[in-house]
Design a protein around this ligand. Structure first.
Ligand SMILES: Cc1cc2nc3c(=O)[nH]c(=O)nc-3n(C[C@H](O)[C@H](O)[C@H](O)COP(=O)(O)OP(=O)(O)OC[C@H]3O[C@@H](n4cnc5c(N)ncnc54)[C@H](O)[C@@H]3O)c2cc1C
Length: 456
C-alpha cells in the first residue's frame, strides 16, 4: 500500500514510522482484525526495535498522551487501539529464533502463531498456541493462552520462560523466575497494562509434525445426545486427547463439502498426541458417537490443524463476543447451548467450547496470574456479521450472544480475559478472582504509577 510522508513531530531515538491521520494509509494501519473496532489514534508508532518502543513511550509520556500497545491486532475488544493517543505498534517486530537443542524459541511481539509454528515445526517442536494461525502471539500469551497442546503441556504462559518489556518510564526490563519475579508472575495471564513486551521466550515440546486430528460433524439436532456422550468421555480422557466443540451452521470452508455448507452442525474437532494405533484408540470413542455426517480425522500436519479455520474468521468482519467459564457440562448446560446455538440469525455466528483440565488444572494456581485453573470448559459465543449487514444483523446478533451466555449464568465460573469484549470491562475482577485482581492492580501501580498504559 503506497503511503505519503507528511509532516509529523520527530520522536527522539525513534527509527520506525510514525503514522498520523494525515497519512494516506492511516485507515489501513489502524485497522484491527475486528472490523467493528473504529478508533482514531493521533499516532501509530510502528516500532522496529525495543528502543523504538521506549522512545515512543517516552514521547507519549512527555505529552500526556494515552498509550496502548498493539501486538497482532486480534483483540476482539480493540484495546490495543486508543482514540486520540499513541499506539506503540509492535506489529512490525516479527522474528523467531529456535534453539532446537535447548528446545526454546524466542519471538518478537509482532509474530503471529502461524509464523511461530512454522519455525518451531521445522524441528518437530511446538508450544501451546491459539487455534487460529493469524492470531498474534503477544496478547494471547499475556492473557494465558488456550490451545491444542494445553492439556498435555500447559497453557502458553506455563511455557513462557522469559520476557523483556519496556516500562512506562521507558526502561527495558527482563522478567523471568529470578529477575523481577512478581512482574513475571503478572505477565503470565495478567493481560495488558504492565508495559510493552518486546520479546517472549518459550519452552518447546516435541509435536508431530504430523498428528492424528480433525473435525467430526453431527447434525445440530443430535447435539444433546452427542454432547452427553462427549462430556462423559472427556471427563476421564488422558491429557493426550484435546477437543474443541463448535456449534454453528457449517461454514463454507474449503475442508467441508459444499452440500454441508450452512447446515446447522455440532462439530467436535479432536487431536490425539500419540503415535499410530495408540492415537487411533484414543479418538475412537469420540468418533463412534451416534451417526456423524462427516469424519475428517486423519493424520495431518500439526501446522495444518492450527490453520484449518483461518478462513472462517477473516480480518474485517464484525465480531462481538460473550464468554463464560463452565463448572460442568450438565444436561441443562448442553440443552441450553444447543437451543441458543440454533437461534443465531447470522450464518457466520458460532459458539466454541474449549476443554481444559489436564496440565492446565495441575499447575500451581499461585505460580501465574491465570486464574480459574480448575474450570474445565470455556465457552466463547461469537456473533459475526459482514460490515454491510451491520444495520440488519448487528443488534440482533449482539443480543443473541448476550442472551446465550446469560442463560448459562447459573453454571458459569470465571471468564477468560482474552475473550472479554469492549463492553465487558466490569468483568475484569471476574476474570481474575479478587485476590489475583488486587495483586495485579498493585503490580500495575508500582510499575506504572501514572497509569500511562491504562489497564488494556
Ligand atoms: C480468530 C481468533 C482466534 C483466537 N483463538 C484463541 C485461542 O485459540 N486461544 C486463546 O487463548 N485465545 C484465542 N484468541 C484470543 C486472543 O488470545 C486475543 O485476541 C489476543 O488478545 C490476541 O493477541 P494480539 O496480540 O493479536 O492482540 P492485540 O489486539 O494486538 O492485543 C490484545 C491486548 O494485548 C495487549 N498487547 C498486545 N501486545 C502486547 C505487548 N507486546 N505488550 C503488552 N501488551 C500487549 C494490547 O494492548 C491489548 O490489550 C483468538 C482470537 C481471535 C481473533
Amino acid at each position: 500500500m503506497p503511503h505519503t510522508r507528511t509532516h509529523s513531530p520527530a520522536v527522539p531515538g525513534f527509527s520506525g514510522r510514525l503514522v498520523t491521520p494525515r497519512d494516506a494509509d492511516y485507515d489501513d494501519v489502524r485497522a484491527m482484525w475486528n472490523g467493528a473496532v473504529d478508533r482514531r489514534p493521533r499516532y501509530l508508532a510502528r516500532c522496529l526495535s525495543p528502543s523504538d518502543a521506549a522512545a515512543a513511550v517516552r514521547f507519549a509520556g512527555e505529552r500526556g498522551l494515552a498509550v496502548t500497545v498493539r501486538g497482532g491486532g486480534h483483540g476482539v475488544a480493540g484495546n490495543a487501539l486508543c482514540d486520540d493517543g499513541l499506539v506503540v505498534d509492535l506489529g512490525p517486530m516479527k522474528s523467531v529464533s529456535v534453539d532446537p537443542a535447548r528446545r526454546t524459541a524466542t519471538a518478537g511481539p509482532g509474530t503471529l502463531w502461524g509464523e511461530l509454528d512454522a519455525a518451531t515445526q521445522a524441528f518437530g517442536l511446538a508450544v501451546t498456541g491459539g487455534v487460529v494461525s493469524h492470531t498474534g502471539l503477544s496478547g494471547l500469551t499475556l492473557g494465558g493462552g488456550l490451545g491444542w497442546l494445553m492439556r498435555r503441556h500447559g497453557l502458553t504462559v506455563d511455557n513462557l520462560t522469559r520476557a523483556e518489556l519496556i516500562t512506562a518510564d521507558g526502561r527495558l526490563l527482563t522478567a523471568d523466575e529470578h529477575e523481577e519475579p512478581e512482574l513475571f508472575w503478572g505477565l503470565r495471564g495478567g493481560g495488558s497494562g504492565l508495559g510493552a513486551v518486546t520479546s517472549f521466550t518459550y519452552r518447546l515440546h516435541p509435536v508431530g509434525p504430523e498428528v492424528l486430528a480433525g473435525p467430526v460433524l453431527w447434525p445440530l439436532e443430535d447435539a444433546p445426545a452427542v454432547l452427553r456422550r462427549y462430556r462423559d468421555h472427556v471427563a476421564s480422557a488422558p491429557p493426550e486427547v484435546a477437543t474443541v466443540v463448535t456449534l454453528r451452521r457449517a461454514p463454507a470452508a474449503p475442508f467441508l463439502p459444499v452440500e454441508l455448507h450452512r447446515r446447522p452442525v455440532c462439530m467436535i474437532t479432536m487431536l490425539a498426541l500419540a503415535e499410530g494405533d495408540a492415537a487411533e484408540r484414543l479418538l475412537a470413542p469420540l468418533r463412534s458417537i451416534g451417526r456423524p455426517l462427516l469424519d475428517l480425522v486423519r493424520r495431518r500436519p500439526y501446522a495444518g490443524l492450527q490453520s484449518m479455520t483461518d478462513a472462517v474468521v477473516p480480518a474485517g468482519w464484525h465480531y462481538y463476543w460473550k464468554s463464560t467459564g463452565l463448572r460442568e457440562l450438565s444436561d441443562p448446560v448442553i440443552d441450553t447451548m444447543t437451543d441458543h446455538a440454533a437461534r443465531a440469525r447470522s450464518s457466520r455466528s458460532y459458539a466454541i467450547l474449549f476443554h481444559l483440565g489436564g496440565a492446565v488444572a495441575e499447575a500451581d494456581p499461585a505460580a501465574t496470574a491465570f486464574a480459574h485453573r480448575a474450570v474445565p470448559h470455556h465457552l466463547n459465543v461469537n456473533a459475526v456479521w459482514l460490515p454491510r449487514q451491520q444495520e440488519s444483523l448487528g443488534a440482533p446478533e449482539r443480543a443473541w450472544a448476550r442472551d446465550f451466555v446469560a442463560a448459562l449464568a447459573p453454571y458459569g465460573e470465571g471468564v477468560y480475559v482474552n475473550f472479554l469484549d469492549r463492553d465487558d470491562r466490569s468483568r475484569l475482577p471476574e476474570a481474575y478472582g479478587d485476590r489475583t485482581h488486587a495483586r495485579l492492580a498493585e503490580l500495575r501501580r508500582r510499575l506504572d504509577p501514572d497509569g500511562v498504559f491504562g489497564t488494556g
